[in-house]
Design a protein around this ligand. Structure first.
Ligand code: DAT
Ligand code: MG
Length: 149
């Protein structure tokens, strides 16, 4: 079953939106298989955002993500990678559609509340970067037959 990595960034944690984020993914029908509140080391932040290393916002991004705790999660379900990106919304919260997390709760690109993996391969990379195998729990919710044919 497909999995994706979703992180509530420091602004989302500080603004008490952890519950709201989890609620949206749970209500959609995805299964939580990993969850932890953590401080992010500079090394992890730089690895996570390695693809943006040459961008002008990289230093600020690493500074931001290491400034205060984040909540790291892994979600499972059919098509969860692309669906999570839709639930999260466009990168800039100001132009993100209403009804998305960023569109409903954010106003600036450098404080866009939440991260979600952008592709299946990225998700695999990010899950193994943020979680040890033993921190992920495989389980079958009893609701499954009411979510999938
Ligand atoms: P996303 O998080 O939607 O996948 P991304 O991978 O292009 O977006 O960028 C990673 C993060 O970097 C993004 O969530 C916020 C920050 N960022 C991106 N573009 C930015 C910009 N032009 N100015 C400031 N921060 C930016
Ligand atoms: Mg990205």
């Amino acid at each position: 079953m497909e999995r994706t990595f979703v992180m509530v960034k420091p602004d989302g944690v500080q603004r008490n939106l952890v519950g709201e984020v989890i609620r949206r993914f749970e209500s959609k029908g995805f299964t939580l298989v990993g969850l932890k509140l953590m401080s992010v080391s500079r090394e992890l932040a730089e690895q996570h955002y390695d693809v943006h290393r040459e961008r002008p916002f990289f230093a600020g991004l690493v500074e931001f993500i290491t400034s205060s705790p984040v909540v790291a999660t892994v979600w499972e379900g059919e098509g969860v990678v692309a669906s999570a990106r839709k639930i999260i919304g466009a990168t800039n919260p100001l132009t993100a559609e209403l009804g998305t997390i960023r569109g409903d709760y954010g106003v600036s690109i450098g404080r866009n509340l939440i991260h979600g993996s952008d592709a299946i391969e990225t998700a695999q990379r990010e899950i193994s970067l943020w979680f040890k195998d033993e921190e992920l729990v495989s389980w079958k919710p009893s609701l499954t037959s009411w979510l999938y044919e």
